[in-house]
Design a protein around this ligand. Structure first.
Ligand code: G4F
Length: 342
């Protein structure tokens, strides 16, 4: 085993984040820095070679975080990074997270999401068994829901390769906790959005197209299922819950959700009206965007997180939609503005 770097335990905590360049990783890095943490991130080597293209969401943090090159598809590269840095908490957020893409290439999704999680857990067990571990579980694990609202005890019924991969990651995390006594937790996070959301997800697709239509740069928005219902919160709120899970006396799993559900149609209605437009004039259903199997309704019961973690969301649905639309309109009005950092 390679020697570990030792550190004065009275110094600030260190955290390692996989997926630090993503929406959640960037919010979490900011949150941990604000709490005085030293933050390390794992990124692909190719990203380090083109930082301007790949680090948009963490551009403003680059002088305060330490990045390490590794791939979730390579156990040796993960083992190497974990053996060379010292940290107390590990937040495993990296994944192929686009559900539609998981139907197109289920093999890559399974490989990255399942093996990547297994590699992280196995390397931590070997090198840093006392490190606290967070796994980014998902409400997609509930899929064709067995009860409403969904809570920690709701049985899983995933409806996509992505959902299946998250169930496997959840079970791996629980198994390492129970088999090896590791402090390993899963957050069962419902949809969480914001101005840093990728353009492929429905909320950002809607708000960015609203902004284009308003500016005269587009004249329609093609969507798939308008009737799907989601419990949409703000990513900045949800990363606080991730951190709180790792501060408890015992490791456990928690649902993180707002408890409100809305249809894609309602999101459209609000987003277009925020720009003074009527969604019915622009939204067209394109059957090619329907998924082979859909998750019709998600709404979470986060009472356990509220009670045990003292967590609660600060954004109302309307505020989330407004912030995303205004951000996208600003990005068109000021094309040279830095990537939104809300
Ligand atoms: O925004 P979505 O692609 O998110 P989805 O599938 O709910 O998954 C997101 O949330 C999960 C948590 O529950 C995460 F685990 C996951 O990684 C991801 O962040 O789609 C939301 C809904 C779906 O029902 C989809 O069918 O919107 C519907 N939809 C309708 N038209 C569309 C579109 N989704 C996308 N992406 N693009 C459309 O044109």
């Amino acid at each position: 085993m390679m020697p570990l770097l030792l550190r004065d335990p009275h110094l600030s905590k260190h955290a390692l984040i996989t997926g630090i360049t993503g929406q959640d990783g960037s919010h979490l890095a900011e949150h941990l820095l604000s709490l005085g943490y030293k933050v390390h991130g794992i990124v692909r080597r190719v990203a380090l070679e083109v930082p301007d293209q790949r680090f948009g969401r963490i551009q403003h943090l680059l002088d305060r975080v330490t990045l390490h090159a590794a791939s979730l598809e390579s156990y040796p590269s993960i083992f190497h990074v974990i053996s060379h840095i010292d940290f107390d908490e590990c937040y495993h957020l990296a994944a192929q997270s686009f559900v539609a893409e998981s139907f197109t290439d289920g093999f890559s999704t399974m490989n990255t999401n399942i093996n990547g999680t297994h590699y992280m857990l196995a390397a931590l067990r070997e090198l840093r068994p006392r490190c606290r571990f967070y796994f980014a579980g998902s409400s997609e694990m509930f899929g064709k829901v067995r009860e409403t609202p969904q809570k920690e005890t709701t049985p899983f019924y995933p409806r996509s390769p992505y959902g299946i991969s998250k169930v496997a990651g959840f079970e791996l995390t629980r198994n390492y906790r129970e088999s090896y006594g590791m402090f390993a937790c899963s957050g069962m996070l419902f949809n969480h959005e914001g101005p840093r959301r990728g353009f492929e997800f429905v909320t950002r697709k809607i708000t960015s197209t609203v902004a284009k239509i308003k500016a005269g740069l587009a004249n329609e928005l093609k969507l798939g299922n308008l009737d799907a219902q989601r419990d949409w919160g703000h990513a900045a709120d949800y990363v606080r819950a991730m951190h709180l899970m790792l501060q408890q006396d015992e490791p456990d799993d928690y649902v993180v959700a707002t408890g409100e559900t809305h249809t894609v149609r309602e999101f459209c209605e609000l987003a277009f009206s925020e720009a003074g437009l009527d969604y019915k004039d622009y939204v067209k259903v394109d059957e090619r965007l329907l998924r082979p199997a859909e998750v019709d309704l998600l709404v979470g019961d986060a009472s356990k997180a509220r009670k045990q973690l003292g967590w609660q969301p600060t954004y109302a649905f309307r505020d989330l939609v407004r912030e995303m639309v205004q951000n996208d309109m600003r990005l068109i009005a000021e094309p040279h503005a830095a990537h939104a950092v809300h």
